[in-house]
Design a binder for this molecule. Structure first.
Ligand code: ATP
Length: 351
């Protein structure tokens, strides 16, 4: 084994994996500190599950290195078996053994421990995860949320260095999901567990982890806090993953993006006359019955509770603008004034 820095719980160095013609992971590098909670996101097929499988060691890599606590576990001439990696796994379907009780499921991962130690570990996780009263039940006798907690208890019992979770909350309905997720993550934080959690849900990714890792076609597009990814996306893919933007074509001139709905000042590293697309957040437009920078006509509105989504026709734009507002307009309002807020827009060259 090659020993590198122990500052990181996990390091991926130029990891690649192909399946025939498909490049599932394309020279991926990532370092994760102990106790960090990472949300791994990206569209279907971008390589999230493959990445978890390589870390867990249930599949091999073609090139690169994987290090756990500074020790190489996958590399050109190294392969440490999954059982020896001290990694816990929680799957989307929980994968509990149906013929074993909750307690027996947890015991399964502790078979090599002395009896008393295993019993102590089981008691500890049952209590901390709040399912001691369910220990004698079989999986089919548990609700979705309870099954999720049982799977978490089984994964945590052997005290893994890293916990990998593949869409762990996606089988739960919305209300339960938020609660189980908050409870689970606060417990994992308390235990100081390093976590990589795959999710499809952009909101979950922004809110749940310390850091978001966004993938596309086997590559990491951007890593950063939820605020970084949401407010400062590095490209249109990252931007559109977290927000359904209005897109307005424009041209860069004299420090401004010139569009059919006005000039937007920003210093850009772009040549005079370069085409630029303005990405305007639906919440980045204020709307009122007074005159604004832009005149529009409300085509339709959908009341969503906290906010209302308006579709507004604007002269000179092929597509109407989508506007999300907390400002309740009187029924039947047609003519509106719109103003794009200073931090309500981004700009990128056209894709
Ligand atoms: N064993 C395999 N054989 C062939 N192709 C595979 C295999 N495993 C994964 N792939 C391909 O590799 C790519 C990445 O798959 P992966 O399951 O990692 O994506 P994902 O981001 O987890 O997708 P999803 O969000 O749909 O679960 C996909 O194109 C997939 O079809």
């Amino acid at each position: 084994m090659i020993s590198a820095t122990k500052d990181y719980a996990l390091e991926l160095c130029n990891v690649s994996r192909r399946f025939g013609q498909t490049v599932a992971l394309d020279v991926v590098s990532l370092a994760i500190s102990p106790g960090e909670i990472i949300c791994l996101v990206g569209r279907s097929g971008c390589g999230k599950s493959t990445l978890l499988r390589m870390i867990a060691g249930v599949d091999t890599i073609d090139s690169g290195r994987v290090l756990l606590n500074g020790n190489e576990v996958s590399g050109p001439s190294t392969f440490v078996e999954p059982e020896k990696r001290r990694i816990g796994f929680v799957f989307q379907d929980y994968a509990l053994f149906p013929h074993l009780t909750v307690e027996q499921n947890i015991l399964f991962g502790l078979k090599d421990r002395p009896k008393q130690e295993a019993a102590d570990r089981i008691a500890y996780v049952l209590e901390h995860i709040g399912i001691a009263h369910l220990s004698a039940r079989y999986p089919h006798m548990l609700s979705g949320g309870e099954q999720q907690r049982a799977a978490l208890a089984r994964a945590l019992a052997p005290q893994p260095d890293i916990l990998l979770m593949d869409e762990p909350f996606s089988n739960l309905d919305r209300g339960l999901r938020d609660r189980v997720r908050d409870e689970t993550l606060s417990l994992l934080r308390k235990l100081g567990t390093t976590v990589i959690m795959v999710t499809h849900d952009p909101e979950e990714a922004l809110s749940a982890g310390d850091r978001v890792v966004l993938m596309k076609s086997g590559r990491i597009v951007q890593t950063g806090t939820g605020y970084d990814l949401h407010d400062r996306p590095i490209n249109p893919y990252a931007a559109e993953f977290f927000c359904a933007f209005n897109k307005v074509p424009g041209v860069y001139r004299d420090g401004h993006v010139e569009t059919a709905i006005g000039r937007f000042a920003r210093q850009l590293d772009a040549g005079e006359g370069s085409p630029m697309t303005l990405y305007i957040r639906p919440r980045g437009i204020s709307v009122s019955r007074e005159a604004g920078d832009i005149s529009g006509r409300v085509k339709s509105r959908v009341f969503l509770g906290e906010v209302e989504q308006l579709t507004v026709l604007v002269d000179g734009l092929e597509q109407p603008l989508q506007v999300r507002t907390m400002n309740r307009l009187p029924p039947g309002t047609e003519a509106v004034g719109l103003t794009v807020l200073p931090d309500g827009w981004l700009t990128f060259p056209p894709a």
